[in-house]
Structure formats: C-alpha cells, structure tokens
Design a protein around this ligand. Structure first.
Ligand code: TMP
Length: 209
C-alpha cells in the first residue's frame, strides 16, 4: 500500500482555507481517493483542547514561547494520533494550517525565530512536512470583508492582533514560499471560491490521478 499524500493549506486570516479544504476533500473523494480533512490547532481531542487554551479571548495572552510550545504540543498529538496513521494507511490528509503557520506567526511575526520553531517541530513531530503546501493569498480589503462577514467583532486571540502583526505574517509566508518553490503553490485567493478551487486542482494536477 502506498503512503497517502499530505496536503496543507496556509495563508492569513480570511483567505478561504477552510472552504477550499472542504472543496478539495470532496473533489478527491469523487475521484475515489480516500482522504481525511483536519485542521490545526486541533484535529484530535487533545489538540482541540489545546486549541481552546490557545484561542479563547477570555484567557490572558500567552508569552510567545509558551504559545509556540502549545502549538507544537497540539501538532505532536495530531501527527502521532491522526496524520501519520492516516498516511501510513494510504489515506490522503488535507490539513487546514500546519507548521508553516507556526513559522510565520510565532517564528516571524511574534519574533521567536525560525530555528526555534523548526527545533520544536523536529522534537514534537519528527520534522514532518507536507508533500504540498497551498498558500492562499488575497489583499487585505478582500480578507477583511470575509472576516467581518464570518466573525463580526468576535476575532479570536491571535486573529484579533493588529494589522502590523498580520502584515508580518503575510511577509513571512511570502519568504517561506520563495525558499521552497517545489513544496509551495501560491494561489490567488481573491477570486471566487469556484475559481480558487479550479486553481488548486490545476496546481495539484501531477498528483491527482
Ligand atoms: P484558524 O483561524 O485558521 O482556525 O487558526 C487559528 C489561529 O491560530 C489563526 O489566527 C492562526 C493561528 N495559528 C498560529 O498562530 N500558529 C499555528 O501554528 C497555527 C496552526 C495557527
């Protein structure tokens, strides 16, 4: 049995990752590919509990190092109990965010540095990286409109940080994508959901039978 493919969606807030992950899972299923859709932080009962700790706006803000450790702990549980078993059983895994989010948000925008995040990832998750990372990018006018339609004023603890923080996240994703052009596919996410889905299927053309 051949190992499943691991596909991650990445990008800033409001770029449509969750919608596109669902559309991709449906398209793969329709082609007879067994797949699982999951998200980070989360994806297992333990990691979903950590998600609540990380994102609950009622809790005080975590120090950057504690926040990075919590994301790495959630990811470690997710990889061990869900992602690796699925891939080993030949199923594809479609994940809404993975370690590149930690590199962009905690490593870069929050200032912990890339080396620290990669070390945590090696310890916690054997340094697992996706086969393909789909980076969804849209201008801030588009994403702000989508977020206010989705969340109103109820942004979570990290989503609610200021524009300078989120500009830093976008620059970090840009840098990560340039550094690994074979793994990253950059997708224009300002277009309609149907158009974005078509761009994603085209980007995965070589992988999908
Ligand atoms: P979501 O809104 O895409 O579900 O993600 C929750 C928030 O967590 C979002 O603001 C991005 C942030 N995040 C990080 O800061 N680091 C990470 O490693 C991950 C997976 C998410």
């Amino acid at each position: 049995m051949s190992r499943g493919k691991f596909i991650a969606f990445e990008g800033g807030e409001g770029t449509g990752k969750s919608t596109q992950a669902r559309l991709l899972a449906a398209a793969l299923t329709a082609r007879g590919i067994a797949c699982e859709i999951t998200r980070e932080p989360g994806g297992t009962p333990g990691a979903e509990a950590i998600r609540t700790l990380l994102l609950d706006p009622a809790l005080p803000r975590w120090a950057p190092a504690a926040e990075a450790l919590l994301f790495a702990a959630a990811r470690s549980d997710h990889v061990a109990h869900r992602i690796e078993p699925a891939l080993a059983a030949g199923r594809w895994v479609i994940c809404d965010r993975f370690v590149d989010s930690s590199l962009a948000y905690q490593g870069d925008a929050a200032g912990l540095g890339e080396a620290a995040i990669r070390t945590l990832h090696k310890v916690g998750s054997q340094g697992l990286y996706p086969d393909v990372t789909l980076l969804l990018e849209a201008d801030s006018g588009t994403t702000e409109g989508r977020l206010s339609a989705r969340d109103g004023d109820a942004a979570d603890k990290i989503g609610g940080r200021g524009a300078a923080f989120h500009d830093g996240v976008a620059r970090a994703f840009d840098r990560l994508a340039r550094a690994e052009p074979h793994r990253f596919h950059r997708i224009d996410a300002a277009r309609s959901p149907e158009d974005v889905h078509a761009l994603i299927l085209a980007a995965l053309g070589d992988l999908i039978p």
